[in-house]
Design a protein around this ligand. Structure first.
Ligand code: BV8
Length: 248
């Protein structure tokens, strides 16, 4: 079983995807029972799909909120929370997941690159995104109260980065700044539970290698970008991550 030797100078960056939540019972996107199997991506995870059929999109995310409410972090999440407790500012976690389980497990140095299932914002005005775990029943469409007070109608939308939408510049900057700072030190990049199919998240491993990172992959199967990783551990993240960081 692989283990990463971590000393007082080591910086560790971890990128997670849907695979790290699979053992908590949350379906991944591209597995056999994957989320996208029953929903054409462009219809439920794109601005165009939301404009065409907002009720369908709200139903898709409401179903995921209802399903994700009851789940708990697994051993993989807990291993990452322990790692942050041990490394502090020498650790950063970027997740593609919107389920919030890293926060529930105790991580605070988390970049939610694709937004959060538990936040909603106005599709029109610039009011900040707000915490929202509401499950919108069939057909009901939440509207922005602030726009309404101005006599304008605007739908609320999930605070999630859809396909074709840009990631938040501040998130990408936080990641790049961590990579730049790690450059003069021992820098370890770990990707866990991700198919490496979505950009720009899938490019991070190459950007880290450019800064001299040692690259590790923890995944159930070899993904498309497996050749970017120097160390490949195939298996479940809930079983592999605890031992991977045992020396921290
Ligand atoms: C953008 C939110 C531009 C919604 C998601 C090149 C550069 C930039 C963009 C592109 C590019 N090429 C193409 C694009 C466009 C597009 C893209 O990447 N398309 C892909 C399909 C080719 N990218 C975008 O649109 C991005 N936007 O770049 O905009 C722009 C720039 C400026 C101005 C305007 C526009 C936005 C991408 C974000 C989309 N939103 N999610 C939601 O979640 O509902 S993506 C969605 O898929 C999820 O967030 C998830 O992160 C992502 C990837 O899935 P994974 O997390 O990897 O999960 P998956 O199921 O695929 O894999 C799970 C893995 O786990 C598997 O390998 C499995 O084997 C493994 N596993 C399973 N169980 C376990 C396990 N491993 C370990 N243990 C287990 N137990």
């Amino acid at each position: 079983m692989g283990s990463i030797g971590i000393d007082g100078d080591t910086r560790v960056f971890v990128l997670t995807g849907a695979g790290v939540s699979a053992e908590s019972g949350i379906p991944t996107f591209r597995g056999s029972d994957g989320l996208w199997e029953n929903h054409p991506v462009e219809r439920v995870a794109s601005l165009g799909g939301f404009v065409d059929d907002p009720a369908r999109v709200w139903r898709f995310y409401s179903e995921r909120r209802a399903a994700a409410r009851a789940v708990l972090p697994n051993e993989g999440h807990r291993a990452l929370a322990r790692l942050e407790a041990s490394l502090g500012e020498r650790f950063l976690l970027a997740t593609q997941n919107i389920d919030g389980l890293h926060g529930v497990a105790g991580n605070r140095r988390v970049v939610e690159m694709h937004g959060s299932l538990w936040k909603t914002r106005c599709s029109r005005c610039d009011r900040p995104a707000f915490d929202d775990d509401a499950v919108y029943g069939d057909g009901s469409l939440p509207a922005c109260g602030r726009c309404d007070a101005r006599g304008e109608f605007a739908l609320l939308r999930p605070h999630i980065v859809w396909f074709g939408e840009a990631l938040a510049p501040k998130d990408l900057e936080a990641i790049e700044n961590f990579f730049d700072e790690a450059r003069g030190h021992r820098f370890v990049f770990v990707a866990a539970g991700t198919s490496g199919a979505v950009f720009p998240a899938a490019q991070l491993v190459e950007r880290a290698r450019f800064r001299g990172a040692e690259t590790w992959l923890v995944n159930l199967e070899a993904p498309d970008n497996v050749s970017s990783f120097q160390h490949v551990l195939l298996g479940k993240s809930g079983e592999l991550l605890p031992s991977l960081f045992a020396s921290a």
